[in-house]
Design a protein around this ligand. Structure first.
Ligand code: F1P
Length: 346
């Protein structure tokens, strides 16, 4: 390996530019987005994708429902393909939001194709490749080319599509109070990256630590799942995501001095969330908190909570990167993985 992780490192550090493009492109489609929302009464919103893009769907569905009061849920694209009756409601109009970095993942393409064939409703696509097949299948397409990557594990791409989805939710909800402040995200992201290296290296390069648990609730649970996948893909380490309060119901049995519990803490529910972290610290676990204030890594963004969640990603992407390098691995080429999964499904 000539320079292991060179692509991943560059992609993590350059992601604020992709966030900026995501904001510009989504705002340029304001009218198109607002024609979709509010949708017909009683319609359902389903977000879908695979792997990181499914976790992105989880994060966006929770945020969309919170901001628009529109029923929204996330389903893996493969499950929509195999078991559509478990996801779609009969005689109900749906909006399917299909998310894919590559725009070529077979399960996602197949899920959209069958959605169309069944005449279930309209399709919104969020992707990083405007030329890929999925981008030709949307009634509304948001494509962020600046998010494209060489690396297999999503970092810049995920965050760029997430920022686009958050901006779309704010536009759908007519929340001008959220739309304006989002413009400061790229600058905040750059400053946060600069100050994240110390913690990311301290935790990432400590190979005595052998398991990582990522806690996130509400709109942050999907992001906890993504941080977990980065740790798995880049470092081959046992890791798992949990909703904050769920962690006490069994999984905390795994807490030892070599376990790291990372809390992606909110401000609105910080009391309950911090209490979980304190309990895990008392069990001897290594605890790390990230949040807007009074945390091991603070954002001090000044942004409203619904639009600052992307800030949890860069420090945790860097932590996985540093651990991968410390283990002598190459995060650009994760074990067993390819950038896209293409199957013969039809
Ligand atoms: C989906 C995906 C990634 C995963 C890996 C394989 O890709 O499952 O989420 O991390 O790279 O492909 P896409 O549909 O978002 O292009």
């Amino acid at each position: 390996m000539a320079n292991p992780g060179a692509h991943t490192y560059e992609e993590i550090l350059s992601q604020p530019k992709a966030w900026e493009q995501a904001l510009e492109l989504t705002h340029s489609k304001r009218e198109a987005v607002q024609r979709f929302f509010p949708p017909q009464p009683h319609s359902r919103l389903i977000f879908c994708g695979c792997g990181s893009s499914y976790y992105l769907s989880l994060a966006l569905a929770a945020l969309f429902q919170k901001l628009t009061a529109q029923s929204a849920r996330a389903v893996p694209a493969g499950e929509l393909f195999l078991y559509p009756a478990s996801a779609y409601e009969a005689k109900t109009v749906h909006i399917l939001v299909a998310i894919s970095r590559s725009g070529t993942t077979s399960e996602t393409i197949a899920a959209v194709k069958r959605f169309r064939e069944a005449g279930r409703g309209s399709v919104i696509v969020i992707t990083n490749d405007l030329e890929a097949p999925l981008a030709k299948m949307g009634d509304l397409v948001i494509a962020i080319p600046a998010g494209q990557e060489e690396s297999v594990a999503q970092t810049r791409s995920f965050a760029s599509m997430y920022v686009a989805g958050v901006a779309m939710a704010a536009l759908a909800a007519r929340r001008e109070d959220l739309i304006g402040p989002m413009r400061s995200l790229p600058g905040l992201g750059t400053r946060l990256l600069d100050k994240s290296h110390t913690l990311a290296r301290r935790m990432g390069e400590n190979l005595d630590l052998d398991r990582f648990y990522f806690l996130g609730s509400g709109p942050r649970y999907g992001l906890a799942c993504e941080a977990n996948l980065k740790m798995k893909e880049m470092t081959l380490t046992h890791s798992e995501p949990f909703h904050f309060l769920e962690f006490r119901h069994g999984p905390m049995s795994m807490v030892t001095p070599s376990a790291v519990v990372i809390g992606m803490r909110s401000e609105t529910q910080r009391g309950y969330e911090q209490a979980v972290l304190e309990d895990m610290r008392s069990l001897g676990g290594q605890v790390v908190s990230l949040g807007e204030s009074d945390a091991d890594l603070v954002f001090h963004s000044g942004l409203p909570e619904p639009v600052r969640n992307v800030l949890y990603l860069p420090p945790l992407q860097l932590m996985a990167f540093y651990r991968s390098i410390a283990k002598g691995l190459d995060p650009d080429r994760p074990h067993n993985l390819s950038a896209v999964v293409e199957l013969d499904l039809m």
